[in-house]
Design a protein around this ligand. Sequence first.
Ligand SMILES: Nc1ncnc2c1ncn2[C@@H]1O[C@H](COP(=O)(O)OP(=O)(O)O)[C@@H](O)[C@H]1O
Ligand SMILES: Cc1ncc(COP(=O)(O)OP(=O)(O)O)c(N)n1
Length: 269
Amino acid sequence: MKKVLTIAGSDSCGGAGIQADIKTMDALGVYGMSVICAVTAQNTMGVEDVQDMTPDIVRAQIDAIFTDIEVDAVKIGMVSSPEIIRVIKERLIFYKAKKIVVDPVMVSKSGYHLLKKKAIDELKGLISIADIVTPNIPEAEVLTGLNIITEEDMKNAAKNIIKMGVKSVLIKGGHRCNDATDILLYKENFLVIPGKKIDTENTHGTGCTLSSSIASQLAKGFSIKESVILSKKYITKAIENSFALGKGVGPVGHLIDLYKRGGTDYGEN
Ligand SMILES: Nc1ncnc2c1ncn2[C@@H]1O[C@H](COP(=O)(O)OP(=O)(O)O)[C@@H](O)[C@H]1O
Ligand SMILES: Cc1ncc(COP(=O)(O)OP(=O)(O)O)c(N)n1
């Protein structure tokens, strides 16, 4: 079985962060492992509080895994502080980590800043060692300083981000009003991945799910392009199967949840 590591934050309500990553990995048939960078007190209405881990315990978790287990792919999500990001980059280079996916998590849908503003430059350094980075539109705007409205703007932002040294860039379109088309810049070519906006309030954890799916597919040996296409199918099905939970924004439904609730159509994964 392929082994995938998520380096991210914990979401107490289970819709995003480490919990979404492990659920996705489980549903896609890879073995999920975690390095926790921060613990959030979070529910469907928003993030109440955050406790960052120390850089030392982040380093110790990474060392514990890489000195024992062969890691086939790494997904990086909420990384909080410049100090934690520096440790992650140094250790991943030291262990020659393969197939690195960076989801540059900055602000939760509820508006909480999950990345300290002073950490943006370090985050760009981490992006430089990745195989793929997956910003949503607001994150791509912060990384590039551009205003992104149209598909052409998304392409320009991708061209700008690829100059940071990353091999490929996926700009996610979920924050646009009428469309959920994503744009992949890969080996100097653009791939437009069309998506219709699904009418649901329950989209907690969409970005985490997509990036951990990409890491899982890369671990299985699919190319970047194939992994992104398969993952777009996975997240679309997961949003179609999202459900109400608590009083706010509910989570996406992982295909394993669908199976357990009696469904039989897992899609192509
Ligand atoms: N309502 C929606 N309908 C269909 N696809 C969506 C919807 N919202 C987000 N997506 C898709 O989910 C993935 C994650 O995108 P996005 O929600 O923008 O990321 P993030 O969670 O990082 O803000 C993308 O493939 C995006 O196109
Ligand atoms: C612990 C933690 N990590 C990441 C996020 C952001 O999740 P994402 O899938 O990008 O989007 P929202 O769930 O915020 O809509 C988070 N909330 N918590």
